[in-house]
Design a binder for this molecule. Structure first.
Ligand code: PLP
Length: 491
């Protein structure tokens, strides 16, 4: 134990260095060496053979590991929807690793299970749903909302569609699917929805997506057209998936209108809020999710906008009974009549062994407070808006849509798709900025996900300037995209 505690002390110092280097932006945001170079640099084979990696040697190893890792706390970290973890949440993962209490069965982790129940109840209250009492398993007729934490938005989306399918036709679980079921969704739904349709035997081809629409009226028209196609194909649609928000552009679907239509057609409405449900914490931005309280289920990732390390996703349902009835299982060593002071949640998820996910989110909440987290979300959304205004004001850059979250797409007007990709590659190689790209409409755009609390307006100004410098060099037309002084003034 002494050895472990000394290792924790030494490794903490390495983490401290990593943290300061990252937030100051004094190192590369990404250091992407070839896989062979990394395994050699970390001397993996030798450590495997000799063992005994503790103390100073371990700290040195961790130092090297960190130097080869992506730095999400870096101001130039703008690529993906990955939470910049709060140190408090990292502590949770340490404690979790130490205790290893898989808590889907109450007796296997009562503290973790209680925290999960508490976190779920809090999340439900943010949606506007009232949780059933904890001991609902003993009172199956009590109605109310419920949920479970699961390892990621993809699994939550899958579980939501299982619940929807079970409500629609409970016989499919045992009998299998006749190939006549269909799911509908708005444009740009996450790929995990098509995957879920594939996994569930519904068939990815039986996912019918609406084209991109800009108003509820247009949505109504498109819905009618697609619904007719579904019916003509002889399919039985049972669920509709809406984005809150979409992965590529961060746009929210008009949930109120969609909920109304789903109700009229008896469709289960699943809101994929993996990224954007966290806006429910913000007074300023929660209106984007108006109508979510009418949905049947909601996916909400804490490991995207809630400073919580991956993975930690909530699957929430308006009626807990739908989730309780979704999966069927038979395992005499886990499921049997029991008298216990808590309740099991294992029957609500795909996983059997499950980490203490609620602990991660709870320690973030306990460190930042609800308001601290809401302020963080407001800051990132507002900064993204500033980036949009800045990029729109610069000749040579354009944005396809106004941002509604912390995701922003932009492109070099005169460049083709390949040029946008080359710009990203060059930025990545330089190491100051890490961006992603996405196709919107029929064009590829550079894509920012403004998640790091260290990113400032000045960093976004420097990014725009660097992009234009690259373009000017590429086109050899030095003055054509000369930055407007006002736009780039960092003062
Ligand atoms: C809208 C949406 N849904 C689902 C997912 C998948 O979530 P996870 O990565 O937690 O599986 C993502 C991931 O980016 C997403 O943006």
């Amino acid at each position: 134990m002494e050895e472990f505690l000394e290792s924790v002390r030494l490794v903490s110092r390495e983490l401290e260095r990593y943290w300061f280097e990252s937030i100051s932006g004094s190192t590369c945001v990404v250091n992407q060496l070839p896989i062979r170079a990394i395994t050699d640099e970390l001397n993996l084979k030798a450590h495997l053979e000799t063992g005994g990696l503790t103390g100073d040697a371990l700290a040195k190893f961790v130092g090297r590991y960190l130097s080869l890792s992506v730095r999400l706390h870096h101001p130039g970290s703008l690529a993906h929807q990955v939470a910049v973890p709060h140190p408090a949440a990292a502590l949770a993962t340490l404690i979790e690793g130490f205790t290893n209490n898989p808590m889907g069965i109450y007796e296997m982790g009562p503290a973790a299970a209680s925290i999960e129940a508490f976190v779920i109840e809090w999340l439900l209250s943010k949606v506007g749903w009232t949780s059933v009492p904890c001991n609902v398993a003993d009172q199956p007729d009590v109605s109310g909302a419920g949920g479970v934490l699961t390892h990621g938005g993809s699994l939550a989306n899958l579980a939501a569609l299982v619940a929807a399918r079970s409500r629609f036709d409970n016989s499919v679980w045992a009998r299998g699917c006749d190939g006549d079921l269909a799911v509908m969704a708005t444009a740009g739904c996450h790929y995990s929805i098509a995957r879920a349709a594939g996994i569930l035997g519904i068939g990815a081809e039986n996912l019918y997506t609406l084209p991109d629409v800009s108003s509820v009226l247009e949505f109504n028209d498109q819905f009618a057209i697609v619904m007719q196609r579904v019916r003509l194909a002889g399919k039985r649609p049972f669920a509709f998936v809406a984005n809150a928000c979409s992965t590529a552009t961060g746009a929210f679907d008009p949930l109120e209108g969609i909920a109304r239509i789903c109700r009229a057609h008896g469709l289960w409405l699943h809101v994929d809020g993996a990224h954007g449900a966290s806006a429910l914490l913000s007074r300023k931005h929660r209106h984007r999710l108006n109508g979510v309280e009418s949905a049947d289920s909601l996916t909400w990732d804490a490991h995207k906008l809630m400073r919580t390390p991956g993975l930690c996703t909530a699957l929430l349902v308006r009626d807990a009974r739908t989730l309780d009835a979704a999966f069927h299982q038979d395992a005499s060593y886990l499921f049997h009549a029991k008298v216990q002071p808590g309740f099991d949640s294992l029957h609500r998820t795909v996983e059997c062994t499950k980490a203490s996910l609620g602990f991660r989110l709870f320690l973030v909440l306990a460190a930042m407070g609800e308001k601290g987290l809401a302020d963080y979300i407001d800051r990132q959304f507002d900064l993204t808006r500033e980036a949009y205004e800045l990029f729109c004001s610069i000749p040579g850059l354009e944005c396809p849509v106004e941002p509604q979250s912390n995701i922003l797409c932009f492109r070099v007007v005169e460049g083709d798709d390949q040029m946008q990709l080359s710009i990203r590659d060059r930025l990545l190689a330089e190491g100051e900025f890490h961006l992603s790209t996405a196709v919107v409409g029929d064009r590829r755009y550079l894509r920012l996900v403004v998640t790091s609390p260290s990113t400032e307006r000045a960093d976004l100004q420097r990014l725009a300037r660097r992009v234009l410098q690259m373009v000017n060099r590429h086109t050899d037309a030095g003055s054509r995209h000369a930055p407007e002084r006002d736009s780039f003034d960092e003062s």
